[in-house]
Design a protein. Structure first.
Lengths: 192, 528
């Protein structure tokens, strides 16, 4: 088993929470992990990127070579396009359609979404709306985790258990909201 | 034996704790910050009473750690690469005094400058100070090297430099940690220490000769180090030297089966025996090293080309920036996937000040005051407020190193620049601004020093700031006239008052300090 996953977004959107939950699940499965993150200046509202590698064998590089990733999870659409070159030809893009327009020259959103949909294996979803329907728009990143879950090669129940663990100290309601958000993302990814 | 998922920084912290660390000293700096943060959050560190408070700057931290080593205990000092410039005086001279308790000097490099102003390579400092250097290749090695480094330091009575870099410091991996916890060392502040630690010329000459004598032993220890290895390969047209995480990219490029002989280096000085073998058995030498071409330069010799060594200087690998698996694969002519052209829809998204950040209001006031003063120059500093260089503020003309705002403003004022303004944060001020301010006091320099006091070290995630609650007292204590120390609140509702106060101080032909005080929006949110 070997999965190389790229996570992209804007500083503060919580891509590291997604990476951390997958990472904890992988530990439970006895897999090897390398997860390269971005800290420091870049976190201040700029583009952020994380590489997550899971394998039953030894993992050498902390970075994923461009053109070789299996999946790209982007919580922001323009950031999805920025990292699209990470993927190999059969790689899958899972992108949130809600833009973070904190720059003056943000491109026309529909053009960005169309470019993403043009990839052979892509799913563009309004993860914020789906999270809001599950109970809180802030669970957007758990919708995205749900969407990538079928491509991770690990049982959904395990990921759900890790979500419960991650949010346990915030109370059962928060856990439930995040679990529902995860399920919504999972359902949306069927058929890619 | 337990398996944990740890950042490289955290693996070092846990390794040091397990090896009987008594004190960690550090000033925050990306990518090194999480070493201290892990120790601060560690229950066992609290139970053992391990020292784990932030220091005012890296030089202070270096010397505090040397004091703990003097007293016979194991100490670790952590910083980012440019912090080692600040700590260099203490570091280089600690090699001359030698150490007593084990001392690890940890410097985390930031090639590609993700969050830094240069990509200097800390290995050069180890070479310069004539100390051993450890350069781990993965998180498990990072963990193991803490105990190894302490033992090496104590065996040879030398500080040991541990060189990390961004992709190790900030990458998580499975780390197996030992169940054996070494006890902390007993206090052992021997009176005889003064025969080594008093660097009067007569003693320093003796110590320096002793340091020179240690060098052969350092080489021998490198040759025997479990972290250096030689693996033979059938294709000797190229021999590979892979240092630190460069080794991982080599393994990745060849899927773990490199056909060439490989010398992996994670402990310096270079292991001569293995190096001699590689040089004698292989035709060409490919050097894969993260950061600057230290080893490659040595091998290429004084003329800069020995006709066989390849790497960053030969153009086989990029001269600048961090390595990556693709660049290393290409250096060996291995196939890599064709990449699509970047989409024209993708725009730059630089970092920016947070919504509600007090610095934004401070810059708004400053820009209004200076808009009709075209000769004004604003000397910035290191912190979140460096982002004031970008639109919409375009507010600063320099940012060089910690504390340089005040000293550069003074020098520029000496040259005739008016108005000359310094913009510095509270933590950077205590790090390296106070001495510069004292110079300005001494000469009553006509500069306006703006201290953006958000009560924290913001850029690195909100660590303590030693001036908290006493900034105006510090400035008055240094000798700034109390009537020219102004305290303002950076909020839109105070904008007009702030503009008026700033105007008055800019018009004053002597030294003034304007403190814009409002808590960092990030630390404030976390309290809620």
């Amino acid at each position: 088993m070997k999965k190389d996953i790229v996570l992209a977004g804007v500083g503060g959107q919580g891509i590291l929470t997604i990476a951390s939950i997958i990472g904890q699940a992988a530990v439970k499965q006895g897999l090897n992990i390398k997860q390269s993150e971005v800290h420091g200046m870049a976190q201040r509202g700029g583009s952020v990127l994380a590489h997550l590698r899971l394998s039953s064998n030894a993992i050498h590089s902390d970075l994923i070579a461009p053109g070789t990733a299996d999946a790209l999870i982007a919580v922001e659409p323009m950031e999805a396009l920025r990292q699209a070159e990470s993927l190999h030809s059969k790689g899958v893009i899972l992108a949130n359609s809600r833009p973070v327009e904190n720059i003056g020259d943000y491109p026309e959103l529909e053009t960005v979404l169309a470019a993403l949909r043009a990839y052979p294996r892509s799913l563009v979803i309004d993860a914020e709306a789906m999270a809001a329907a599950a109970g809180s728009a802030r669970s957007m990143n758990m919708v995205m985790l749900g969407a990538v879950s079928p491509f991770l090669g690990m049982p959904a129940e395990l990921l759900e258990a890790m979500i419960a663990e991650a949010f346990a100290r915030k109370g059962p309601e928060v856990v439930e909201t995040n679990r529902k958000a995860f399920a919504a993302g999972q359902a949306a990814a069927k058929g890619i | 034996m337990t398996q944990l998922l740890l950042l490289g920084d955290e693996a070092l912290a846990q390794g040091a704790l397990d090896a009987g660390l008594s004190g960690c000293y550090a000033y925050p700096g990306t990518p090194s910050t999480e070493i201290m943060e892990y120790i601060q959050a560690s229950r066992e560190a609290a139970e053992r009473g391990v020292h784990r408070e932030w220091s005012c700057n890296e030089k202070v931290a270096m010397e505090e750690s040397l004091g703990m080593s003097f007293a016979g205990k194991r100490a670790m000092v952590c910083m980012k690469h440019v912090g080692l410039n600040v700590a260099a005086d203490g570091f280089v001279n600690s090699a001359v005094t030698g150490t007593h308790g084990g001392l690890l000097v940890v410097s985390a490099d930031d090639p590609s400058m993700h969050s830094s102003q240069n990509e200097q390579d800390s290995r050069f400092y180890a070479q310069f100070a004539m100390t051993p250097c450890l350069e781990p290749s993965n998180q498990q090695e990072v963990y193991a090297m803490a105990a190894h480094g302490f033992a090496l330091s104590e065996q040879m009575e030398t500080p040991v430099l541990v060189r990390l870099c961004t992709r190790l410091s900030h990458s998580r991996a499975n780390v197996t940690v030992s169940a054996d916890k070494q006890p902390m060392k007993e206090l052992d502040a021997l009176n005889e220490m003064r025969s080594r630690f008093v660097l009067l010329p007569a003693i320093a000459k003796r110590n320096y000769a002793r340091l020179c004598e240690k060098q052969d032993e350092f080489v021998r220890l490198s040759e025997e180090s479990p972290f250096n290895s030689y693996s033979d390969g059938p294709d000797r047209s190229i021999g590979v030297i892979a240092t630190g995480i460069g080794y991982n990219y080599l393994q990745e490029a060849f899927a773990g089966a490199c056909p060439h002989p490989v010398l992996k280096i994670s402990q310096y000085p270079l292991p001569k025996r293995q190096l001699a073998r590689l040089l004698s058995e292989c035709q060409q030498i490919m050097v894969i090293e993260e950061g600057m071409p230290l080893v490659e330069q040595m091998l290429r010799g004084p003329l800069g080309d020995d006709g066989r060594t390849r790497g960053r200087l030969s153009g086989d690998l990029p001269r600048t920036g961090e390595l990556n698996p693709r660049a290393v694969a290409q250096a060996f002519g291995l196939p890599t996937p064709a990449l699509p052209a970047a989409s024209p829809l993708v725009k730059m998204r630089p970092p920016r000040l947070c919504d509600g950040c007090p610095h934004a209001n401070s810059y708004d006031a400053l820009n209004e005051v200076l808009k009709n003063r075209p000769t004004s120059r604003i000397f910035g500093d290191i912190g979140c407020y460096t982002l004031g260089a970008l639109p919409p503020y375009n507010a600063i003309h320099s940012c060089v190193d910690m504390g340089a705002s005040i000293s550069m403003a003074k020098g520029a004022a000496d040259a005739g620049v008016q108005p000359a303004v310094a913009v510095i944060g509270d933590s950077t001020f205590t790090h390296s601004g106070m001495t510069a301010l004292l110079d300005a006091v001494w000469e009553n320099s006509p500069i306006t020093v703006i201290i953006l006091d958000n009560g924290t070290t913001g850029m690195t995630g909100g660590q303590t700031s030693q001036a908290a609650g006493r900034m105006e007292n510090i400035c008055a204590g240094l000798g700034v006239a109390p009537e020219h120390i102004r305290i303002l609140t950076p909020l839109p509702k105070h904008h007009a008052d702030n503009v008026k106060a700033l105007t008055e101080e800019l018009d004053y032909a002597g030294l003034s300090v304007v403190i814009f005080r409002r808590e960092c929006i990030q630390t404030l949110r976390r309290k809620k």
